[in-house]
Write a protein that binds this ligand. Structure first.
Ligand code: PBG
Length: 339
């Protein structure tokens, strides 16, 4: 972050800050932050089947896509210059088990979609969410015993899940589970399986947030989740703890770190980027997307402008990239605005 003297060198009337804002060319010339399609990772929800494009009620404009439709999305991403997709699987109640075994099935929905995409659009990066919540019948990210989410036992399964995902062709392994020690264990597991080149993006500062609501509907977790995730996700009251989480994940071998949610946590994004200078990503989560869409549908805000402003704000705070459901829409808007 830029450290500059706060006091201006000249004063009014010699100094008029409105001077630079008068014209479009001048505003463009003096813009300090820029958003490009290169900054975006497109969040995609998967569903089993063929030719499936099923709307998610709480995420207007977002569809659950079958693997063949995800391939179409990947082609669109390539066309729009979006570097990578982040995939998340929908699982219905019948497909879920207490131990979430489907997570380590090499032929699960995530792996099939990754293989299909890599076969046709290998130039687009693929990011895999690592956690058990799409697969457990209690909707938690880890194994549960007597109401407790088990840490070390969960980490062992997450390592297997990561290796299976790397085998399917995922380029970025992104543990979102918030178990302690999982980044180091996953790095070791990937290396031992010959996946030294596969990256880890740690959901390092992930908060126990109400803004994940629509996502849980999207992946089929909302009806099944028992209780909340406050014993493993961070307390929204805390900032220093985010620094400790990020330090730990980087020390364990994370290539990049993430702050999640986004807009309500821009202070954390700025602090993390400032303290570590590591590649720092931010997740504009489902509830943030839904807020903008809902207000726009009611005619209360300009949806396109609010989308672009929110994405630019992440860059201004110091984020190197943004995981967002808006990626394709924003990339299209960026394309149109190039004169
Ligand atoms: C689960 C996971 C969540 C999200 C990404 N991975 C939800 C949760 O922790 O309950 C949230 C994404 C979003 O809200 O858009 N491990």
């Amino acid at each position: 972050m830029n450290k500059r003297p706060l006091a201006p060198l000249a004063r009014f009337p010699a100094l008029r800050l409105r001077r630079l804002r008068r014209t479009d060319w001048s505003r463009r010339l003096h813009a300090q932050t820029r958003l490009s399609a290169d900054d975006l990772i497109w969040a995609i929800i998967l569903k089993d089947g063929k030719n499936v494009r099923e709307p998610v009620a709480a995420l207007p404009g977002v569809y659950r896509l079958s693997p063949d439709e995800a391939v179409t999305a990947a082609l669109e991403a390539r066309e729009l210059g979006i570097p990578a997709l982040a995939l998340f699987p929908f699982t219905d109640a019948e497909g879920r088990t207490p131990g979430g075994e489907e997570a380590v099935n090499p032929d699960n929905l995530m792996c099939r979609a990754a293989r299909a995409i890599k076969a046709e659009v290998p130039e687009v990066g693929l990011m895999a969410d690592v956690a058990l919540d799409p697969y457990t019948d209690h909707g938690h990210d880890g194994l549960m015993r007597d109401g407790e989410i088990l840490n070390d036992e969960t980490v062992q399964i997450l390592v297997k899940q990561s290796v299976v995902q790397a085998q399917a062709g995922f380029d970025i392994i992104a543990p979102s589970d918030m178990m302690d020690g999982r980044v180091g264990a996953i790095r070791k597991g990937l290396d031992e399986a010959g996946f030294q080149h596969v990256m880890i993006m740690a959901y390092a500062a992930k908060y126990a947030s109400a803004f994940y609501g629509p996502y849980r509907e999207a992946i089929g977790s909302s009806g099944v989740l028992k209780g909340d995730k406050r014993t493993y996700q961070m307390d929204p009251a805390n900032s220093d703890e985010a620094i400790r989480e990020v330090a730990l994940d980087l020390a364990e071998g994370a290539d990049s770190v993430m702050v999640k949610p986004g807009l309500p946590y821009l202070d954390i994004v700025a602090r993390v980027k400032d303290e570590f200078g590591a590649p720092t990503f931010v997740f504009q989560v489902s509830g943030e997307y839904a807020q903008i869409k809902a207000a726009a549908q009611n005619g209360w805000i300009d949806g396109d402008k609010a989308m672009m402003e929110s994405l630019l704000a992440f860059k201004r705070a110091g984020a190197d990239g943004i995981i967002t459901y808006f990626a394709a829409e924003a990339a299209r808007t960026l394309k149109q605005s190039i004169r």
